[in-house]
Design a protein around this ligand. Structure first.
Ligand code: PMV
Length: 370
């Protein structure tokens, strides 16, 4: 297990002038939710997620050592400042820059070479821009992978284990849930007594048996509301401080994660559904009982939940829902029933989606070097 100091490098043994990398990193959907944090992006409770496959960010990182670029362009690079251009879908995107600047400031101590280079960060998502699907998890994970590729050039002796766990550690500092978008189908983040190697500092692959029922598990994301959220997750997490139910909620997350260990092994989908739907509704219950209180679900979110419950009661098909910090609904089901569930979605649920839009996704493996 790594500690924070393990991620502060000593001297690098190699040098590199310029080059580029490209990584894709997926989004993920939490089953046990992370909601509430301590300083430095340390989660108040552990969480576990399915890594997605199709919803991802693809980021290209170009880098040029500043002394070399100064010679080429005839300009004097400022040695003690971060220097980067940010492109979104190939076009400059100034309004993303402050977030990246803040990320670089947070991770500089762990990647002390960052001010030595000028970077070009060129990023795009596979999912529609304003779909209400947060791109911060996939985006921060993709960027962290690229920076780790550069660090590996400077330190070629780096092990794979260190490479991925530090990437997850860095991604966490960009956006908490991003640390679960690096490697593995099922990822745990946060200390949990019964899960070996689990850590508050980074995500780890779920280390125990996972039943075949969960192989290629499907996630169809129903786009209920594509608008800007009224309350950001940063504000939402913050409202868990002094929240009247916080302590009980954090304890419950540990209990639910323990239950999932047994459920992943047995493949018991009825029990899986109970934990997952309860987690989703508890997350939103925490929002509704914050001060100030807020609601991110929309009327159509509830219409969909009720329709899923009715369908499940009538057909006994093990389909369930989860929610993230927004109005969209993730419909989760095993691959074996996908035809029937997709038919149901088309017949009964798309009417509740904005412009009838939904995205078909499924469990995936994590970040990929391109
Ligand atoms: O990573 P953040 O700060 O955007 O928080 C994500 C919070 C939830 O999506 C609601 C839950 C989770 O565990 O992903």
């Amino acid at each position: 297990m790594f500690t924070t100091t393990d991620f502060i490098p000593n001297q690098y043994i190699s040098t590199v002038e310029k080059g580029n990398f490209e990584w894709s990193a997926p989004s993920n959907i939490a089953l046990v939710k992370y909601w509430g944090k301590k300083d430095n992006q340390i989660p108040a409770n552990p969480s576990v997620s399915f890594t997605l496959k199709n919803c991802k960010t693809i980021t290209k990182l170009g880098f040029t050592k500043k002394s070399a670029s100064a010679e080429v362009s005839g300009q004097l690079s400022v040695a003690n400042e971060f220097s980067f251009d940010l492109l979104f879908e190939g076009k400059p995107k100034e309004d993303f820059k402050p977030k990246i600047q803040k990320f670089l400031e947070r991770i500089e101590i762990y990647l002390p070479f960052l001010k030595d280079y000028h970077f070009t960060i060129d990023t795009q998502n596979t999912f529609p821009h304003s779909s209400g699907i947060a791109s911060s998890a996939s985006g921060m994970a993709a960027l962290a992978m690229n920076f780790m590729s550069l660090e590996r050039l400077l330190n070629p002796k780096m092990t794979d284990d260190y490479f991925y766990q530090k990437a997850s550690f860095l991604a966490r500092l960009g956006s908490g849930s991003a640390c679960r978008s690096v490697k593995g189908n099922v990822v745990v983040w946060g200390n949990q007594a019964n899960i070996e190697e689990s850590s508050d500092l980074y995500g780890v692959e779920f280390p125990y048996v996972i039943h075949d029922n969960f192989k290629n598990y499907q996630d169809t994301i129903l786009l209920v509301d594509k608008g800007e959220k009224q309350v950001s997750s940063t504000v939402g997490h913050d409202l868990m401080h002094n929240h009247p139910y916080a302590e009980r909620r954090f304890a419950q997350a540990h209990e639910n994660l323990d239950q999932l260990i047994a459920i992943f092994e047995s493949g018991n989908l009825d029990e899986f559904i109970k934990v997952v739907e309860s987690e989703a509704l508890t997350l939103h219950a925490m929002m509704m009982t914050s001060m100030p209180y807020f609601i991110l679900m929309k009327p159509n979110t509830l219409q969909i939940i009720n329709a899923i419950w009715k369908f499940r009661n009538e057909t006994h098909i093990p389909v369930c829902f989860t929610l993230d910090a927004g109005a969209n609904v993730h419909v989760l089901y095993p691959e074996s029933v996908s035809q029937k569930v997709l038919q149901f979605i088309q017949d009964e649920l798309v009417v509740f989606c904005q412009n009838r839009q939904y995205i078909c996704d499924q469990i995936g493996d994590g970040a990929i070097a391109l």
